[in-house]
Design a protein around this ligand. Sequence first.
Ligand SMILES: NC(=O)c1ccc[n+]([C@@H]2O[C@H](COP(=O)([O-])OP(=O)(O)OC[C@H]3O[C@@H](n4cnc5c(N)ncnc54)[C@H](OP(=O)(O)O)[C@@H]3O)[C@@H](O)[C@H]2O)c1
Length: 291
Amino acid sequence: MLGMGVFHEKTSCVNKKDKHNTVWNSNKDMKMLNGKTVLIVGATGGIGAPICRVLHGRRANVVLFARRREKLDALHRELGDKGVLVVSGDACDPVAVRKALFETEKKFGRLDAVVIVVGTWGRLSTENSIEEAAESIDHLYKTILLPTVVMGQGALKDMLNQPAGSVIFHISSHASIRPYLKGNLSYGAVKAAAEAFFERVRREIGDSHVKIVDIRPATVNTVELPGALSKSSKAEEMRKKGATQEKINEWIAEMCKLAVQPEEIAAWIAENVGNKKVPSSMLFDSELVLD
Ligand SMILES: NC(=O)c1ccc[n+]([C@@H]2O[C@H](COP(=O)([O-])OP(=O)(O)OC[C@H]3O[C@@H](n4cnc5c(N)ncnc54)[C@H](OP(=O)(O)O)[C@@H]3O)[C@@H](O)[C@H]2O)c1
């Protein structure tokens, strides 16, 4: 039978308590990526930009792909020209995806990994109206599922045609496997659908030299997080009880430390570029849950 025994899920998990055992604290053993090429889709985002910095810092060639040119140019200036290619475009557009892959091949001659880190979050719960449900699922389909599938399909075509092993890192969310997280009716469903797409791809390609990993972070410490915490019910409660802004800021800083750090995800990706035994999913857990 095709691929029998190949498709058991290999899942790994990291949470705060495990950190002393993990690779990113161990500079002396840090894996360098000299000459390896990674295309980052969503390169300028809260998670994407730290991933670009870490991979480039480990001497990978990085291809920065996103829509807004100004943000791409700012990241390009920060990283410098060496080992950097910038391609602006919409990952929902097959023409833009083909262009990014073509330019990557032209400049670096290889593609070792793609990191798909596009998308956003949107709240939907049973309290919302039917109209809000329709709007939310439509928005998340267009901002998460569509670019993920178009980019994933494009990357696969190139990767399956090249002889060397390669990997697609799909930044999913812990919401895909935690249906009890409130307010995630549409977001959790869309993330689960993106994972379902890749699971079917794994089954079609079998025990291939192309690997696909669903990375499932809990809340990540991005530039957006302090603002989100400031609007949370806990911050509101603190205000009502008379807490000063300084006290609230201290609490926000503590919460940001509890979140998953984007550099942890980046370091794990760096360690697993070229790993033929990379697990098919990876949970980055945290005790911080936003309401
Ligand atoms: N932040 C968290 O706490 C967290 C936790 C778990 C999972 N995640 C997931 O991680 C992913 C990234 O989150 P984030 O917080 O880094 O989001 P973000 O800061 O909004 O970044 C999104 C990135 O994707 C790019 N992008 C968006 N749509 C695109 C498209 N159609 N084509 C090309 N580029 C596109 C954006 O740049 P342009 O707008 O210029 O294109 C930006 O670079 C999302 O899927 C999110 O659900 C986030």
